[in-house]
Each structure stands twice: as C-alpha cells, then as structure tokens.
Design a protein around this ligand. Structure first.
Ligand SMILES: Cc1ncc(C[n+]2csc(CCOP(=O)(O)OP(=O)(O)O)c2C)c(N)n1
Ligand SMILES: [Mg+2]
Length: 378
C-alpha cells in the first residue's frame, strides 16, 4: 500500500512555496532611473516613432501641470476634490497612449488625466471636482461622446463595469477593449476579484491596471495583502498577469500595447501591476503623508520619477530640450487659465438642481426637498 502512494514533498513544503512566489514575476523595464536604455530589444518592440515619444512626454507634462495647478487652486478654495497624480505620469499617460478612441476607459478618482487626453475638456473636469452636474457629461468640446465612465470613487467598482463593457464589446465583434485602473488598495475589494474573474471566464476584451503606488491613503502596501505581487491575483482568474516598472514610460507603453493586442484578438483579459509611487498627499482633503511615511522615502521616489527618465532619454536622442519643454509648459498653463475661467463662469448649481439630477425619477422625499429648496430660491 505505502509503495503506491507518492507524495511530492514540495506540495507540503510551505516555506519553499512562500519563497518561490516572488520569483514568478520579473519586472519589465526598458529605461533605468536616469533614462538610460537597459533593454534595446524591448525598446524596438515598442515601435515608438519620434512623434509618439513627443506625444507621450507632452501628455505626461500636461498631467504634471494639471496636478500642480489643481493643488494650488484647491488651496485657494477654487477647486473641489483632487487626487494628486505626480509620480504616476508613466503609469497613467504612457499606458493610456496605447489605447484609442473606440476603447472604453474605466477610471478611478486619480485617473482624471487619462479622461482629459481622451478629449474631456479641462473645464468639465474642474466642474466634476466641484460636484457640478455638468462635470458628469463625458463629451468633447463639440459634443462628441467620449468612451469613458465617470471616475469611480467607490474603490474597485469600475472593474465590474469594465468586465461587462468588455464582454459587450466582444459579443458585438468590436475592435475595441475596456481598460480599467485601480490602486493597490483596490485589489483588496470584492469588486476587483469579481471583475477580473468574470472577464477571465468569458475571455472578455479587457485590460486591467493596478497602479501600485505604495499606499492606500495611510495603509502601506505591506499591510494591504501578504501577496508578494498584486499581479499574482490575476492567476486565480486564469489571466496573464505582469509586473512592470510603472515609472518607466516606454515599458508602460509597451506592456499596454501588447496587452491591448492580446485582449482585442479574443484571447481574454490581461492584468498589469505598475510599480510606481504617490509623491504627494492622498488627496487635497487634508491628508498629511508624514504621519505615515518618512520624508526620506518620498525624496528617494522623487529621484525615480518618470519625467526625469523620459526627458533624459529624449534629450539624449536629440528630440527634446528644456526650451521645448518650457515652451510647452507655458502653452499648457495658458490653456488651464482659459479653462478655469470657463468653469468659473458656468452658472452655479442650485441645491434643487443637484437633487433633481440625482435620480431620473425623484422619490417622494426628494420631491419634497426640491420644492422646499426651490421655494427658497436655492
Ligand atoms: C469601497 C470603498 N471603501 C473605502 C473607500 C475610502 N477610500 C478612498 S481612497 C481609499 C484608498 C484607495 O487606495 P488605492 O486603491 O491604493 O488607490 P490610490 O488612492 O492609492 O490611488 C479608500 C480606502 C472608498 N472610497 N470606497
Ligand atoms: Mg495606492
């Protein structure tokens, strides 16, 4: 009897199992912290023209300026909610460059720049931050619908919606995908698992991003989960899962392009964990990062931020300079000034309008509230 039973000792060696989990996920990177090429083959595979590179750095700079100006406006009480993006420009702007207008963007609250580069006017984003109903219209300046949903505040909820849209795109034979962003904290939500699991089972056209920026408000990545890599969660859903240097714009673009090509061909979703860092407070609502992390740590991540790499890489290549960068920054700031004026001139939202816009058919209590506020001219 005992001769017939063979136990693979490794199965019961839990220590080895834990040690091996780490080695399954090599990190994709193309540029080092200073922008030097460390993987020529990968760079070639990205097939980025000089024009593409200029477009990507411009999108990253647009995002950085929006971040700087939004924080200033918030301090002046002229902005609503804002979740800073500095440090995540490669993770957000180089990744989204791999998608096109037909693809559906499913953003979280920190993903405002990805919607803007899809054509959402900045003044609408400002109104969204202020809770104004017109900020929930996802249309271009000339009224064209944008394939993006509202930035999701409920952590991870956009993953479920993305799975549904991705399956719809597949069933209709569309040459498009749904691409969704959440954070490291988002991967602990049920919605995250439900979304990737469903999309995996139905081989839906989805690309899922986890922006691992080190923190979920004050909860460090180390306390979020014991999983060594967040990408490992994709294995439970049976989908290809990768880890990428999220501060490397070329690696971010390459992995996103390949993931999109895979998903749009009917193979099912891909999960991408981007290793990045949030360089600023969680939001403009009063978070103080120094209560849960050290200044040294923040400073060290500023040395690794994505704009340094992209600027150095492109300057070395002879297609970028500080003069070009400063001229573009001026252009962006003029645009932002104009957009702030437009947002400020939009008629203020009345409380009664706010309630009217909440549900298509207001309930009895809401109707009473609407009547009360209207009678007070509010
Ligand atoms: C379902 C849900 N639970 C809790 C919150 C409160 N909350 C807002 S942001 C946040 C942290 C999210 O962290 P992460 O997913 O890492 O995204 P990041 O803010 O770092 O981009 C939490 C817990 C929420 N908005 N929704
Ligand atoms: Mg986070």
């Amino acid at each position: 009897m005992s001769d017939q039973i063979k136990i693979n000792q490794k199965i019961l060696d839990f220590n080895t199992q834990l040690q091996e989990q780490d080695s399954f996920f090599p990190v994709l990177s193309v540029l080092d912290n200073q922008g030097k090429i460390i993987d020529k083959e990968a760079l070639k595979r990205a097939e980025l023209s000089d024009e593409d590179l200029v477009n990507i750095i411009k999108r990253m700079l647009l995002s950085r300026q929006l971040d700087i100006r939004s924080i200033k406006l918030a301090k002046q009480g002229r902005f609503g909610f804002f979740a800073p993006t500095a440090g995540q420009e490669a993770s957000q702007m180089a990744s989204s460059y791999a998608f096109n207008d037909d693809d559906w963007l499913m953003p979280g609250y920190r993903d405002i720049p990805e919607i803007i580069v899809k054509g959402w006017p900045i003044w609408k984003a400002i109104l969204w931050s202020r809770g104004h109903v017109l900020g929930n219209e996802f249309v271009t300046e000339d009224g064209k619908e944008i394939n993006a949903w509202m930035p999701q505040i409920i952590i991870g909820a956009q993953y479920v919606e993305a799975a549904g849209i991705a399956l719809g795109l597949k069933k209709r034979g569309k040459n498009a995908v749904a691409y969704a962003y959440t954070g490291d904290g988002g991967t602990s939500q049920g919605d995250f698992y439900e979304g990737i699991n469903f999309a995996g089972a139905y081989k839906a056209n989805a690309v899922f991003f986890i922006q691992n920026n080190g923190y979920a408000i004050s909860t460090p990545r180390s306390l979020q989960t014991a999983a060594v890599h967040l990408a490992a969660k994709g294995w439970a859903a049976g989908i290809p899962s990768v880890v990428v240097d999220g501060n490397d714009p070329i690696a971010m673009y390459l992995v996103s392009k390949e993931a999109r090509a895979w998903a749009v061909s009917g193979n099912g979703p891909v999960l991408i964990e981007t290793l990045t860092n949030r360089l600023e407070p969680h939001s403009t609502a009063g978070d103080d990062p120094l209560r849960y992390r050290k200044q040294d740590d923040i400073d060290s991540w500023w040395q690794k931020e994505p704009l340094i790499r992209m600027r150095n890489f492109m300057t070395e290549k002879g297609i970028w300079s500080l003069e070009l960068e400063n001229a573009y920054i001026d252009e962006v700031n003029t645009l932002i000034d104009e957009q702030i004026k437009i947002a400020d001139n939009v008629e203020k939202q009345k409380v009664s309008n706010f309630i009217k816009n909440t549900l298509e058919i207001p309930g009895q209590a809401m109707n009473e509230q609407i009547a009360k506020f209207e009678s007070e001219g509010k």
